[in-house]
Design a protein around this ligand. Sequence first.
Ligand code: PLP
Length: 376
Amino acid sequence: MKLSDRIQSIEESKTVQFSSLIHNLRKQGKAVIDFAVGEPGFDPPQEVIDSTKEALDAQKTRYGPVAGLPELKAKLAGAFEGYGEENIILSNGSKQSLYSIFQAICDPDDEVIIPRPFWVSFSQQVKLAGAKPVFVDTKRHQLDVEEIEQAVNKRTRAIVINTPNNPTGAVYPKKILETVAGLALEHDLFIVSDESYNFFVYDGIESESIFSFKAVRDRTLVTRSFSKSFSMTGFRIGYVAASEDIIKGLAKLQGHLSGNVCTFAQYGALAAVSLNNDFIVQWRYQLQRRRDIAYEYVSKLFDCIRPQGAFYVFPDISKHLKSGETSEDFAAKILTHTGVAVVPGEAFGIPNHIRISYAVPEILLIKGFRKIAEVL
Ligand code: PLP
């Protein structure tokens, strides 16, 4: 039987594909050093686990409000000046938030501008909404606002920004965000701001949000996630902060899509947002050290821009590619000869690059880089 044209038009998530490949290799008894991983690698804070267990013991196991627990929404709204619980909707991870966003804001044949390289699912989710992704290359991993403006036309509906960025680790400065805000205002566009990595910025810099520009608040949809910030990937909890009208639209969709997010998991999330910052200061410190180690090795082997956020480096590997060799071939070669898994740049829309996640223990990080260096 033929599946829908819509499903046939999208590609499988290359990062998900990679995780299954690593899982299978490990099942066969092969040792793999996983530099492909998209998780911070820490255990969630104990309070999160305790609170989730307590919720289960207290039978918090039934359906709940579609948009999420009111007390959790109220806490999350606290990070957005002027917003209340009516401005927040919880989802099963920011992946679902983003899927719903594109369904809610795009009509068929609308265009959505996506800076390239990009996180794997943006373009496929835009296509699933019947719209067209339009890619605009970044310049040294920073937004090229002039190029973005050139790509805007009558059909453009939204601009996607992702800071700190997956896969590059770039953090967009306030000045650039202000220019993007101006552009959105001038051309009447939505801004989809994926801030999944907002806790992970280094070198003492702040993670800026385009939400800070009041003039664009009614057209900005911010997505954040418990996956990276609290290392709660398996809990599947993300959320959107936006104007009340947008949240109502998203809730209408979610009422048919999934209903509420797992009830007891939301109690874990409530414990997470009630914690003080101590754990995040520690995690940030550890990740910054690993970033430094990773960057030191990577910049000796490849051309690389120093990342300031998330937990990835995204080097240009052109000088190591043989004629006709792609970064997919290169990643396969590295995996076969060293047992180190990295993600090829094609997954993020650009060739001749690989994404290396440094969210692995330091000892493995060093071992993995030594193996890559030997092979190269
Ligand atoms: N957005 C970005 C930029 C990501 O890197 C990821 C996960 O890797 C997601 C969204 C989805 O995260 P989750 O659905 O776990 O919240």
